[in-house]
Design a protein around this ligand. Structure first.
Ligand SMILES: [Zn+2]
Length: 437
């Protein structure tokens, strides 16, 4: 593949932005360039300098006046839930029993799994999301299908087959042994193959027996370089049921702690109603709390206290996510818009620079892939998206009065969606424009 030189207004964060005027937190070039070779960023900076380094004959794509930013990262999604998004009127446990579980039983059929995986990743590309941490169904085939589709697109994905052996219908339960064996087989086939990473995925404490939780802990101990993903403290009925199922536990977090599931690669979806003890345990272990604002609002679960978690004496590592299909939108821009409102209800206003840090470098660091993606820097993998801040009539009109970069980002977050995503480069290849119409 020949070298590619992208030109546009480049923006990349180097650390958490303290305020909307914290210009040391990012690198911005009004006329920027990214030189890409073999899927990797070779040089980034002012266009003139990067162009000089590229030399004559390089293919140039001029995206001015649009913004080039690192691809968005979604830290918690459910691939099999595409056809239950927008299902009415349930809280978490009813939602699972009424909509989710019947839907996920369809994924015993590999053709169905492959079709949905394809359409799911198409949608991610359309939305400018270049990496996801994804739950597949309990069926090994659904994870096979997802990894195969992701490999075809050369996408950096983290995913796993859900482990669940109780409190779920026939056709949607594995056993402690089969869950272990299937996970083991998937890890050996897919983990580290191309850009794929495996996440050991016990759905949550309610749907796993103590024996299966033990097996999940064993898997993580045997594969410490794999991620672990599950759900934690989303809803009061869920917390109460967990306490009934694990009567010896001090609290919900203690269940995962007991089975050795906390750690730097462990992603806990929701974490809304944590006690201080639980937050301390997550913090001490380096575990990640995943903020899923549209889902938390849609299911009426509660308000994730982002700023308090971030600034407490023992801060939490935080990622953000759609949690589709409990989440109501595939777009990470829409997600951060709702996140902003949840944070506002907790009495804080997240600055727009911090939002875009979170969507890119922040989520990359939280997923322990910050050395690979999330920034536009030499040596990083070239997952890059192109954003048009005037993509709609309403955005164009508002842009007439925008004066600063922070204002422009806030406009993108508040009014933007997939229409603002002009192009999505996956490892240096244009993927959005290559999608079927
Ligand atoms: Zn979830």
């Amino acid at each position: 593949m020949s070298d590619l030189l992208l030109r546009g207004r480049t923006l990349s964060f180097v650390r958490w932005p303290e305020s909307a005027s914290d210009s040391a937190a990012y690198r911005f070039e009004e006329d920027g360039g990214l030189l890409v070779r073999d899927g990797t960023i070779l040089a980034a900076g002012a266009y003139a300098g990067v162009a000089r380094q590229a030399g004559a004959g390089v293919a140039i794509v001029d995206h001015r006046p649009h913004l080039l930013v690192p691809g968005f990262i979604d830290a918690h999604v459910h691939v099999p839930q595409m056809q239950i998004i927008a299902s009415h009127g349930a809280e978490l446990l009813d939602w699972l029993n009424t909509y989710t579980f019947p839907e996920e039983t369809k994924f015993f059929n590999p053709q169905h799994g492959r079709r949905i995986a394809r359409l799911f990743l198409d949608e991610m590309v359309r939305q400018g999301t270049t990496t996801v941490a994804a739950y597949c169904s309990v069926h090994k085939e659904s994870a096979e299908a997802f990894f195969a589709e992701a490999a075809e697109r050369n996408m950096l994905v983290i995913a796993g087959k859900v482990m669940m052996d109780r409190n779920a219908p026939e056709g949607l339960r594995d056993t402690p042994q089969s869950g272990y064996d299937d996970t083991k087989a998937l890890i050996s086939t897919w983990h580290g193959k191309g850009r794929a990473l495996y996440a050991i995925t016990p759905r949550f404490a309610i749907t796993s027996s103590p024996e299966q939780m033990q097996m999940a802990g064993t898997l993580l101990a045997e594969h410490p370089d794999c991620h672990m993903q599950t759900h934690l403290s989303e809803n009061h009925a869920e917390i109460a049921f967990t306490q009934e199922l694990y009567p010896w536990s001090r609290d919900y977090t203690d269940v995962y702690e007991h089975y050795g599931l906390l750690g730097k690669g462990s992603l806990f979806g929701h974490c809304i109603h944590l006690s201080d003890r639980e937050a301390d345990a997550l913090s001490a272990s380096g575990s990640i709390a995943v903020f899923c604002p549209t889902s938390n609002l849609f299911l009426g679960s509660g308000l994730f206290d982002y700023q308090r978690y971030r600034t407490r004496a023992q801060p939490l590592r935080i990622a953000t996510a759609t949690d589709v299909g409990g989440g109501t939108n595939y777009s990470m821009l829409r997600t951060m818009d709702e996140g902003y409102k949840v944070i506002a209800l907790n009495g804080e206003k997240l600055n727009p620079l911090a939002s875009f840090w979170q969507l890119t470098a922040g989520n990359a660091e939280a997923l322990s892939i910050g050395d690979r993606v999330g920034r536009l820097e030499a040596g990083r993998e070239a997952d890059v998206i192109v954003l048009n801040s005037s993509a709609t009539h309403a955005m164009r009109l508002r842009m007439e009065t925008v004066e600063t970069l922070a204002e422009e980002l806030f406009l993108l977050q508040t009014l933007g969606d997939d229409r603002a995503v002009v192009e999505t480069y996956i490892a240096g290849r244009p993927a959005k424009s290559a999608l079927p119409a």
